[in-house]
Design a protein around this ligand. Structure first.
Ligand code: HEM
Ligand code: HEM
Length: 397
């Protein structure tokens, strides 16, 4: 056994540098328990955790030198001294602030702890971002509570209004004659915006409330499938919605500029006024809705696209602001559009046909948008004087 110790050592050096290192490790560890305790964390992948011999020692025996004999052939070495790794003292017992402590204190005061990464996405290096706690508070509590109060509160108010007052009738009754209110482009564009908004709203609300409302009903698997699909719908439908908003902005802006007539309409009591205060093509309430959905919709779209492509901002704090703007604006818009949908469908007699057929009853137009009807009638008279065919094209029947 001890006949060729130097040959055995040479064979080990030639074939098993790694084996040497691995076989020495227990020896080293014996002198330094802290290192030994770290070994299991290296994991089973290295062959040590499942109790087998390291792979390299088997390679060594394949040369014809029995492994056990070789080990005995090596003269026992004194353990290489390793500086003991001592556990840090408890937080309260620390003395002067070292770098780690300083960083921790910085984080506790609201600073960011960031490492270095070699990929373009520098945000990936952020380890601790304390503002994230405020954002999480908004996302998990404020948004859910405020959103539920806004959306359910508005639905409740509209239901009460309907039960109390019923639909607003055309006071003079239907005249049986109609006037053109919206052209084809206006209607097609309106319905594109409307249908995409409804889809964005439903899929967005699922992101906010689905986990509380639908997950218990559908079960986790079905809910996950539904949410992945509805998230894709949300992202896809964002494009027609934004396009429709831009077109709305282009074709209706002139008719929605504020005038003194709007001030008089509001002073007279607006929708609650006795009688029918005069209004142009759109009354002050319609103008307010228009500017709100245009501004709010573009803000929701801009913040939504930033969330869709986070690399544009490449900054976690700004992305959190974008999310707060997006979700907050979305809830406000949903509440406002619920009022609009109510008035445009069951809330006001004769309104829906304006967007369905493009025409409204004369008496509806006189009561809601009297000044606009007068202009229309004058245009039709002027056109009739020139040619009856042109008058029909101008919307008279
Ligand atoms: C989904 C259901 C919707 C229904 C049933 C509906 C119905 C209507 C109706 C009937 C009108 C014509 C009112 C009139 O001229 O007297 C109208 C106009 C209008 N709609 Fe909608 N709409 C819906 C969704 C939307 C959405 C989602 C938006 C915008 C995000 C929107 C924006 C507008 C605007 C700006 C006008 C012109 C101003 C006004 O009349 O208030 N609508 N809508
Ligand atoms: C127009 C462009 C829009 C884009 C690009 C967009 C994109 C996004 C993105 C990227 C998210 C983050 C959640 C995720 O996708 O996983 C989101 C969430 C959400 N969006 Fe939109 N969105 C848009 C418009 C709207 C509109 C108009 C509404 C309201 C009707 C809306 C309502 C919501 C809601 C409620 C959430 C969930 C917020 C939360 O609970 O965290 N979005 N949207």
């Amino acid at each position: 056994m001890t006949a060729f110790p130097s040959a055995a050592l040479a064979a080990m050096l030639a074939f098993g540098g790694t084996a040497m290192a691995q076989q020495q490790a227990p020896g080293l560890a014996a002198g330094a328990p802290e290192v030994q305790s770290a070994a299991p964390e290296v994991g089973a992948g290295r062959g040590g955790a499942n109790g087998q011999q390291p792979e390299a020692s088997e390679r060594h025996s394949a040369t014809g030198h029995p492994p056990g004999g070789d080990r005995e052939a090596i003269a026992p070495r004194p353990p290489v001294p390793v500086a003991p790794i001592t556990a840090p003292p408890p937080m309260t017992a620390r003395g002067g602030a070292d770098a780690a402590e300083a960083e921790l204190q910085h984080a506790l005061r609201g600073g960011v702890i960031q490492g270095m990464v070699s990929i373009p996405n520098q945000a990936a290096g952020i380890l601790i971002q304390p503002e994230g706690r405020d954002w999480r508070e908004f996302r998990t509590r404020i948004l859910t509570i405020a959103g539920a109060v806004l959306v359910l509160g508005m639905l409740g108010l509209l239901a009460l209004l309907y039960l109390w007052k019923g639909p607003q009738r055309i006071e003079a009754g239907r005249s049986g004659r109609s006037v053109e209110r919206y052209g084809v482009l206006e209607r097609v564009n309106h319905w594109m915006v409307a249908s995409s908004f409804v889809l964005l709203g439903l899929t967005g609300l699922n992101i906010t409330f689905g986990v509380h409302l639908l997950r218990p009903l559908l079960g986790p698997e079905n809910f996950t499938a539904l949410t992945l699909g509805s998230q894709a719908v949300h992202h896809f439908v964002a494009f027609p919605f934004t396009l429709g908003l831009l077109v709305m902005g282009a074709i209706w802006a002139r008719d929605n500029l504020p005038t003194w007539v709007d001030v008089a309409w509001v002073k007279a009591g607006g929708p609650l006024a006795k009688g029918h205060p005069p209004a142009g093509r759109f009354n002050a309430a319609q103008k307010a809705l228009y500017w709100f959905v245009l501004g709010g919709g573009l803000l929701a779209a801009a913040s939504g696209f930033l969330l869709l492509a986070p690399a544009i901002l490449d900054n976690i704090s700004l992305l959190q602001v974008a999310h707060i703007v997006h979700a907050g604006m979305a809830m406000l818009m949903i509440a406002a559009i619920l009022v609009h949908i109510y008035v445009g469908s069951i809330g006001a007699e004769g309104a829906f046909e304006a967007m369905a057929t493009g025409r409204v009853d004369y008496n509806y137009a006189r009561e809601h948008n009297g000044l606009w009807l007068e202009e229309k009638v004058q245009d039709a008279h002027r056109a009739a004087a020139a040619s009856p065919a042109v008058a029909r094209a101008a919307g008279a029947d």
